[in-house]
Design a binder for this molecule. Structure first.
Ligand SMILES: [Zn+2]
Length: 278
């Protein structure tokens, strides 16, 4: 199977990386695309320098160009993808903060979709949920990325008379559940075997000021929390973009196994010490 992961900024891939590793492991082809290089996102070093009085600032950081920052982030992105076995990594030359939903981005994504012809797409949700504190009059980069992906998917599904491309329809779309409450997610992928790689990936994003302490806290409190809620060690969560169609209702091997576990086995599993599925 061919999977295409499309994210707003390089670091966003991390939230789905353990899942990607499982697909690579079973022989699926995974392509990772960041719509932007994240050149204006999380430049924490610059933010900290600008907080100082002008005479105390480290000018090597202040004078560093956006391109330099983006180049180091691009290297980090490639290294992180490598950790999870993803070799086909692409960064598009669009700017972030804000990502504008333009025809140019939609066309570029459409070309990648025609090229990869994935059966499955992992990306951001094209909507935001009403939240009384963060329901702004504009959308953030992640939602904008989700919208551009939807538009590109629509674009490639209709015959392209001018360029002669055969239409392509994706079979399934999953949105990362990382920014959504647990009750909003449909699928939990058990990434307990990938948790060390998830922590390493956080540390690799040095340009965002990440440290081993931050990596530990972030993965334990996020993937750890999602896993805890699902009675497993660590989880990456997803929201189904498309309805699942089948002749019968589905239940996974993992759900069957969990149902058969004793209380003690379940606790061991939930604390990351339980048996592997395979
Ligand atoms: Zn992001």
């Amino acid at each position: 199977m061919r999977l295409l992961v499309i994210v707003a900024h390089p670091h966003d891939l991390c939230h789905m990386a353990g899942t990607c590793a499982h697909h690579v492991e079973r022989g699926d082809r995974v392509t990772a695309v960041a719509i932007t290089g994240g050149q204006t996102t999380h430049d924490e070093e610059l933010a900290d320098e600008l907080r100082k009085s002008p005479d105390q600032r480290d000018m090597t950081i202040v004078g560093r160009s956006q391109e330099e920052y983006a180049a180091s982030k691009a290297r980090e992105f490639v290294n992180v993808c490598e950790l999870f076995g993803i070799a086909d990594v692409r960064i598009l030359p669009f700017s972030d903060n804000p990502i504008e939903v333009t025809d140019e981005i939609v066309r570029t994504l459409a070309e990648i979709l025609y090229d990869v012809r994935p059966q499955m797409v992992l990306t951001h949700a094209p909507y935001t949920l009403p939240d009384r504190r963060s329901h702004y009059a504009w959308i953030d980069d992640h939602t904008a990325a989700g919208i551009t992906v939807q538009r590109a998917l629509q674009h490639i599904s209709i015959p392209d008379r001018d360029r002669g491309h055969a239409p392509h329809k994706v079979a399934s779309v999953y949105y990362t559940g990382v920014d959504y409450a647990f009750h909003e997610v449909d699928v939990c992928i058990d990434i307990s075997d990938q948790v060390e790689n998830r922590k390493k990936a956080e540390i690799l994003f040095e340009s965002q000021g990440h440290t081993p302490e931050l990596a530990e806290k972030r993965i334990e409190s996020n993937a750890g929390f999602q896993g805890w809620k699902a009675h497993i060690g660590y989880a990456e969560t997803f929201i189904r973009g498309y309805r699942e169609i089948g002749r019968c209702l589905s239940v996974t091997e993992e759900n069957l196994l969990l149902a058969e576990m004793s209380h003690e086995e379940r606790l061991r599993r939930q604390t990351g010490k339980g048996p592997r599925y395979r």
